[in-house]
Each structure stands twice: as C-alpha cells, then as structure tokens.
Design a protein around this ligand. Sequence first.
Ligand SMILES: NC(=O)c1ccc[n+]([C@@H]2O[C@H](COP(=O)([O-])OP(=O)(O)OC[C@H]3O[C@@H](n4cnc5c(N)ncnc54)[C@H](O)[C@@H]3O)[C@@H](O)[C@H]2O)c1
Length: 360
Amino acid sequence: MVDYIGTERLLELVARIGTAQFITGLAAEIEADFLRWNDFEKSARHATHSEVGVIELMPTCDGRLYSFKYVNGHPKNTSQGLLTVTAFGVLADVETGYPLLLSEMTYATALRTAATAVLAARTLARRSSRIMALIGNGAQSEFQAVAFHHMLGIRELRLYDTDLRATLKLERNLALLNLPGLHIVRCGSTAQAVGGADIVTTVTADKCKAIILTPEMIEPGMHLNALGGDCPGKTELHPDILRRPDASIVVEFEPQSRIEGEVQQLPQSFPVTELSAVLSGNAPGRTSDRDVTIFDSVGFALEDFSTLRYLHRLHNEERGAHPQIDLVPDLDDPKNLFARLASRVVSARAKGHLVVAQSA
Ligand SMILES: NC(=O)c1ccc[n+]([C@@H]2O[C@H](COP(=O)([O-])OP(=O)(O)OC[C@H]3O[C@@H](n4cnc5c(N)ncnc54)[C@H](O)[C@@H]3O)[C@@H](O)[C@H]2O)c1
C-alpha cells in the first residue's frame, strides 16, 4: 500500500496546523533543501505545450528520495469553471523505486509557491517592507497574502485584478481569516496598487507576453515577486525593468528560468543569480535600500520535493490509520505477478462473468 493524500486529507493536515504555520514549516523545509543544492539531480521541467496551456512534469532526486509533480497551466480554464493550475505528485524511495506517497498538489503548489516567495523576499526585500501590491487575485493570491503577512510583516495589501470578482473574492477570504493588523486596499489599476509599495507580487495568468508592470511604475528599493510568467511566451514584466542598472534578478534554477522566466526576454548571457546562492550567503541579494530586487519565479521541482516529504511526515506523524491506496501489488512471490490475476480470472469464470474475446 502507498500513502495517499487527497485534497480532503491535505486540507485536514493544513487546517490542523494553521495555514500560516504550515507555510512557515514548509519554508524551513524548502530552505534546508536549497542549502544542499548540490545534493539534487536537477533538470528543466518537461513541458508539453498546446495553444491553450501547458502540461509539465517536474522530477528531482537527492539520491535517497525521488519526486515528480504533474502540473498544468491553462489560463482560460476559469471561464469554464475549472482551475488554471492543478497538480499531483509522487514521492518515491530510490533504494527500491517504490512509491511512498501519492499526493494531491493543487493546494500544495499554492502553499509551496507562497513559502518559496517569502523565502526569497526575506533575503531580497528591504527589512522595513510593510506594503505589498498584489496584482492577480486568483487561486494563488490568498496563499501569498497569508505568507507575506505572517512571515514578512506585511501590514497593507493593495489588491488589483482585471476581474473585479476575483478581488472581491480575495477580500472576502481575507476578511474570514481576520489577519491581525492587516489593512486591505482595493485599487482601480495596477499603477495605483504599485505606487509606494515595498513589495509587488504579480501572480496573473494569461498565455501571452503580458506587460503587467511597466518601467515607470518601479521605484528604487522595491522588491518584485514575479510569479505569473512561467512559460515560454508568458511573461509579466516589461524587459526594461529587468535591464535597470540598479536591478538584480534571482531565479530558482537558471537553465529552466532562461526558458520560462521573465529572463527569457533577455540574452542568455544576462547575469542572474540562483536563489540557493543567495540563501547560502554565497551571492549578495540586496546591497542597498535603493536596489530593485526581482524574484523571477517559475517554480522548481526541489520545492515540490520538499513539500511532498513534509506532507509525508505530517501524514505519518498522526497515530491511527491514515489513508493509503493500493497502487502497487503486494505479492508473496514477486516473480509471480500473474498469480493474483489468474485467481481473479478463475473466480470470474466460475461466476459466469468471463467474456471470451473473439479472435479475428
Ligand atoms: N511561480 C510559480 O511557482 C507558480 C506557481 C503557481 C502558479 N503560478 C502562475 O501564477 C499565475 C496565477 O495562477 P492562479 O492559479 O492564481 O491563476 P488564476 O487564473 O486563478 O488567477 C489569475 C488572475 O490573474 C488575473 N489577471 C489576468 N490578467 C491580468 C492583468 N493584466 N492584470 C491584473 N490581473 C490579471 C485574472 O483575472 C485572474 O483572476 C499563473 O500564471 C500560474 O501559472 C506560478
């Protein structure tokens, strides 16, 4: 049997700890893994594009555990009542190759994206940051709001989305959470939300080179948490923002980000720094209060690896039965895979259920 975390179980595990506390714990797991960056086998994800979206496989391995995530990105899905991003993942034992956990990862992706964004902002944003603009108020947005409020001390959130219903939904959800000291401001445009913000999070979905932020919106000292540009031909920042002489760009895994991130708009030789180098102190993040720092996030397999391992531990820490799924046969004789099928066939025949296929 393989451990199984469906959406209900995931919600149970997160609710028991609390969303903000869960993200804090997850951020610590992700940071610890980024700090042992060289232990991981890394590759750009395998992306299968169509006109309306992308389906991606994201594997990684540290020699002991292996993980992969299946994830899609279909910005037009919401108009049909479907999510833009859905995901599931597997954690496996390298020694035997057996899967240990099959887990939902739609919620888990939103949680880990928030955890990673805060990790980056903790080293890149000014320590005094209190105001965040949140552009794109869809499925990911509450997770970003909760994480930045709890872990970074954001006290004013300025919301903007081209779809007013998305912003109203975010406001309702944040009101339910009643986050202490958090002031919410609904804005009429991106420019209004961004003006005077310390941190700007862009988490919009459109399968095009969108220009959510233009150069004149950017003020010295800002930290840009750019999450929505994560596919070839799908970006959010005007390239002149990336080219600012006072800007530094941090990415997760450079070979993947060159293909999918905002930096796809720049020559391959344009300097970027990997998050692992900043977290380990081997590269400077912010050097002055006037630097513009840009976390050009696309999401990397290591973040999902840490998330699956964290979820697996929480799942098993509880006493009593926890959900499992019969994904792999459990056999007395591993060379006799056929035996159980044979006994099923014999029993189906005895009950008269067997339909004999006609040969051509
Ligand atoms: N970097 C990562 O690790 C990571 C992880 C998950 C999702 N994402 C990306 O984040 C984005 C958002 O994902 P989601 O699940 O919240 O999608 P979603 O469809 O639920 O929400 C996206 C929101 O963006 C809004 N929007 C679109 N164009 C806009 C514009 N020009 N200005 C303002 N708002 C605009 C839409 O109205 C929608 O409400 C997607 O592009 C997804 O691929 C990145």
